[in-house]
Design a protein around this ligand. Structure first.
Ligand SMILES: [Zn+2]
Length: 99
């Protein structure tokens, strides 16, 4: 299995088993959140989230503890904002014989 696919699967797996904030540290992933009421969204820096909620806080449950800065709703959804996958994909080697 290629390294790229392995990383993608690892990220997918981490998301599936409800990643906690501490799980995002090796990936350098921040927390992406959006408001289900008004659609406002933002990326919250992982460091700030760790300082406020601690590494055991599950990311999907984090939204219940946040409030939308746009409309004040507490109907906020959160997920890890995996930053490395797109960039890693560009390192994929081309099949031979392409030139
Ligand atoms: Zn809102």
């Amino acid at each position: 299995m290629g390294r790229i696919k392995h990383q993608a699967l690892a990220a997918d797996e981490a998301a599936r088993r409800r990643a906690a904030l501490g799980d995002l540290i090796p990936y350098g992933a921040d927390v992406f959140c959006w408001c289900n009421r008004c659609g406002h969204n933002a990326v919250l820096p992982l460091k700030a989230m760790l300082a406020r909620f601690g590494p055991a806080q599950e990311v999907p449950a984090l939204g219940a503890r946040l409030r939308c800065s746009g409309c004040g709703s507490k109907d906020v959804a959160t997920r890890p904002d995996w930053p490395s996958l797109g960039q890693v994909a560009r390192h994929e080697t081309e099949p031979e014989g392409s030139s």
